[in-house]
Design a protein around this ligand. Structure first.
Ligand SMILES: Cc1ncc(C[n+]2csc(CCOP(=O)(O)OP(=O)(O)O)c2C)c(N)n1
Length: 695
């Protein structure tokens, strides 16, 4: 590691971001990044170093660290070890995203380097490794070559290679990208140094990944409590009699007359003194603090307010012109000509603005205001539901025209990429990007929201908990198509319940917009928010083209995202005896049913922001209907899914003694949705009917 930094600096590298798991991590933080011994020892003593209060958020060997290092060649290198969870290898795509964000800033991209240190078992076994390798040469994801180092101790906890992988080498997975792989004996320090020089030359010249497999052993057990001779008695007999690499190399240097035995001993003494001093420093800190740690009171839930995010109509007009005026000589697909014509008319008020145009206007206005945007996902450029068309392909030349890239090229960059078919790797990358580039609005879109659970580790370990664990903020946006439309168990649900269960301490936001204007304002609000918090947007499928979900242009020129949409149609508040609270597309079914029944007694409130829970706004709306005794949460998801469990306790707390809270929705179910379109329709009719009857 030491020589990696020195050698990389000599080749013009000025920034290195390291991703690594547990093994050797404290060593790297203490000895490579430097100056962190005292912090680590304080943590071993059971206290938190006053300079690093956030260390209490995670165990010491998961915390990140960063700092500058002056190299022997007189250069300074900025070093960082990324904070990571216990989940092996999931830091890989995150580090790639962190580094790509830095490379997208002005300066020489190759001067910023990603280094990933892997365990041999994890490199062969964890699928996210393959996902990350697959990103390495893609235009939207490449970091111009990563140095991979396998700290290969020939064991995965107690599991030997014969049981841990079907390939000969743990590194064989890297053959998928034809990366050069060097296997080197960890006892041979100078061979490792030589290999490192070749690897760095390769990376700087070819801008591709390279792998160094350092084959050695683990002197002790997997961790403090492990007894390796239970499972590897023969191997550990041999390890016991092995002098270790430091001793071997010292002997070699002494033998060659490079150093004397006294010099070796004095180097050791000096190093031990450093540790002892750090330990004394840590003890002094612990004694000084010497107070009983008190449990902090839980943070109150943040309040929700409406933030003005409207855009002047003249600006919307000029934006619409820029994104609908086809460049001279460009051969547009005739099927798309109509779409552009319709989009142009929307801004003139001749028709309502639909979802796709609302998004384009949000992006366009943000770019002009100076917010860079990066949007990725599977088939995202066109849009899975053919509603986006962020780029157009010339029918004769195959060239692409991406209107939003031309809006403010000097001020704010618009990046949009179709992602590879990956969720964990692709979302991990975007999370990393959003952390390193807080000014950029980074959005990741799932093909259908259902597939987001293939990236669950990134959500649980990074997006939901990253700020509390590591003081690491992100304003990443997840766009998750969701809606019960009879498409079966795997094209219906973005698993709203899972996100809501993770919500606490204001860690993130979950919203489900029912109109195009709401989506526009939500995206704009997200770009303005300080500090950034992740945003999960439950996005529609059929509503993309549903006329009632489109919005008039006036709704874009003033106002902001409404966490709760009041019922403007409930004619006479005094007549209302029933309040239906809901979110998402089922709102439109409820409105249609109320109309069919000519029911003036039911009001329908849309809770568009589920978390942070808009308590004051909902309470204010409920107050408008003093005679409403039947309060019903309506959802199209099964009872054990959707927002019901989240809403039940929160709404119950707010009700008066004369009010009763009910549920109307699908029955609890093991699978998110039925596979039969007919049964889907029957269920949908039933839940809507139930909403209007409290018997
Ligand atoms: C995703 C995940 N699964 C399981 C574990 C539990 N675990 C921690 S270390 C380890 C063995 C890792 O072996 P290897 O990758 O060779 O690294 P080593 O510990 O030998 O350095 C396992 C299974 C984990 N941390 N993360």
């Amino acid at each position: 590691m030491d020589q990696l930094i020195e050698s990389a600096a000599r080749r013009g590298v000025s920034e290195i971001t390291v991703g690594m798991a547990h093994r050797g991590r404290l060593n790297v933080i203490a000895n490579v990044i430097g100056k962190f011994c005292e912090r680590i020892f304080t943590s071993f003593e059971g206290s938190i170093h006053p300079k690093y209060p956030h260390d209490q958020g995670d165990v010491k060997y998961h915390q990140g660290a960063s700092g500058p290092r002056d190299t022997a060649s007189g250069n300074q290198v900025q070093l960082a070890v990324a904070s990571n969870p216990s989940h092996l290898e999931f830091i890989d795509p995150v580090v790639e995203g962190l580094v790509r964000a830095r490379q997208d800033e002005p300066g020489e991209p190759e001067s910023k380097l990603a280094v990933l240190i892997h365990g041999d078992a994890a490199f062969a076994g964890e699928g996210v490794v393959a996902e990350t390798l697959n990103l390495s040469k893609l235009p939207g994801y490449s970091t111009r070559g990563t140095i991979h180092i396998i700290a290969n101790n020939q064991l995965g906890f107690t599991t030997p290679p014969e049981e841990g992988r079907s390939s000969h080498y743990s590194t064989d997975i890297a053959k998928m990208i034809q990366a050069p792989i060097f296997h080197v004996n960890s006892d041979d320090v100078e061979a490792a140094w030589n290999v490192l020089q070749i690897a760095l030359d390769y990376r700087q010249y070819f801008k591709k990944d390279v792998v160094i497999d350092v084959i050695g052993f683990r002197r002790l057990g997997h961790n403090e409590g492990d007894e390796p001779t239970y499972t590897q008695p023969v191997m550990y007999q041999r390890i016991k009699s092995h002098p270790g690499v430091r001793e071997l190399y010292a002997r070699k240097l002494v033998g060659e007359g490079v150093m004397t035995a006294e010099e070796v001993a004095s180097l050791m003494d000096e190093r031990m003194r450093r540790y002892e001093n750090a330990q004394l420093g840590a003890k002094a800190i612990v004694e000084k603090l010497n107070k009983v740690v008190e449990l902090a009171a839980p943070a109150p839930e943040p309040d929700v307010e409406v933030i003005e995010t409207g855009v002047d109509q003249a600006m919307l007009r000029s934006l619409a012109h820029a994104i609908t005026a086809v460049p001279r000589g460009f051969n547009l697909n005739p099927k798309i000509v109509g779409l552009l014509g319709r989009r142009a008319k929307m801004v003139e008020g001749e028709s309502s603005v639909d979802w796709g145009m609302a998004e384009a206007l949000a992006f366009g206005s943000l770019l002009i205001e100076g917010t860079p945007i990066r949007l990725t996902g599977q088939d995202t450029v066109r849009g899975t539901f053919s509603h986006r068309h962020a780029a157009f392909t010339d029918t004769q030349t195959g060239e692409e025209w991406t209107p939003l890239t031309q809006l403010a090229p000097d001020k704010a960059r618009f990046q949009i990429y179709d992602s590879p078919l990956s969720e964990a790797g692709a979302l991990g990358f975007e999370y990393g990007y959003s952390v390193a580039s807080p000014a950029t609005l980074v959005l990741w879109e799932a093909q259908f929201g259902d597939f987001v659970n293939a990236a669950q580790v990134i959500i649980d370990q990074f997006i939901a908990a990253g700020e509390v664990k590591w003081n690491q903020t992100s304003r990443i946006v997840l766009l998750l198509p969701h809606g019960y439309e009879g498409q079966g168990p795997e094209h219906s649900s973005a698993r709203i319940e899972r996100f809501l269960q993770l919500c606490a301490e204001g860690n993130m936001q979950v919203a489900n917009c029912s109109t195009a204007a709401q989506y526009f304002h939500l995206l704009r609000r997200q770009a303005r928010q300080k500090p950034g918090k992740p945003l999960v947007v439950i996005t529609p499928k059929s509503l993309l083209r549903f006329p009632d979900a489109a919005s008039s242009i006036e709704e874009f020129t003033s106002g902001g995202f409404l966490p709760v949409i009041p019922d403007r149609e409930a004619a006479n508040a005094a007549e209302v005896t029933r309040v239906l609270l809901t979110c998402g597309k089922v709102f439109y079914d409820l409105v249609a049913e109320r109309k069919k029944r000519s029911d003036a007694r039911a009001a329908i409130l849309r809770v568009e922001q589920l978390y942070p829970f808009p308590k004051t706004l909902i309470a204010g709306e409920l107050k408008r209907f003093p005679d409403a005794t039947d309060i019903c949460w309506v959802q199209e998801e099964p009872r054990n899914m959707g927002a019901w469990f989240f809403m039940e306790s929160r709404l119950s707390e707010m009700l008066g003694s004369n009010q009763r809270l009910r549920y109307a929705g699908r029955a609890a179910s093991a699978s998110p949705a039925t596979g039969s379109h007919t049964i889907h329709q029957m269920e949908q009719r039933r839940l809507v009917k139930e909403a209007f009857s409290s018997d």
